[in-house]
Design a protein. Sequence first.
Length: 303
Amino acid sequence: MTQATLAKGQPVTVRHETLATLTWHYFIKHRLAVLGMCVLGALILGAVFVPIATGYDPGKTHILDKYLPPSLQHPMGTDGLGRDLLIRSMDGGRISLLIGLLAMLLSIVIGTTVGALAGFYGGWMDNILMRVADIMLTLPTLFVAILLTQLLRAGVIPFLSAGIVPIILVIAATSWMGVARLVRASYLSIKQKEFVEAARAAGAKNGRIIIRHILPNAMSPIIVAATLRVGAAIITESGLSYLGFGVQPPTPTWGNMLRNAQSEMDYAPWTAIFPGLFIFLTVISFNYIGDGLRDALDPHHVE
């Protein structure tokens, strides 16, 4: 906020908008993005606090309560071992969201690094890195993910063979190519700008130019890609778990809950409906948030 003076000498307040406030201003105009953010916030809060607040052990079995339909006591019913589906869905959501977020971060780091090096240096480095990305794009993602998961779980590298770590690494290794292409295109355009030439003339090293001068100006497509990658990562994890190659029971995720429910659809459909619904809501929420951010970060706004 600054003070300006009119011709009659009366002060008037002039508001200087920052990039963050302008982005938020345009983002909240996207109603579906705001709705998606609210839904996603509710899912995250539920995944974090519901299992803790209820004190219910999501892995504890109650055989006498198996296949109970939704009720006040069990709002989403119970499964074949009498476990409350609401608590298990929230606990599984915590694992699925964690995998999605960590896989997204790793894929963004890999894709940004590859795209930045290819776009900035060009020449032989660009050719090699982009040909690797092209080859990865031609491979069947699910088949490669299954193969890499099995190789990691074979125990060649012990600390990478257990828990959710191999799933995160596999999803990141098969999903960085799109980000690399976006970043490369941004770097090819931005490196021709005058401020980059000025930084080079001032003696800035290539590494400083890549990270300090060009990267901040290429963040818009990276942020949008990051939000969309979370939903895609959750879908990939769910698919792997559904096929039996993802996170293994008794650790719940939405994907392996669906896998366990496929034989129960005739007499206990709620065991599949609710995990599937949570996957749907999470992915569509991230997609709408990505759409909202893409519109908010678009420099060609017309009021």
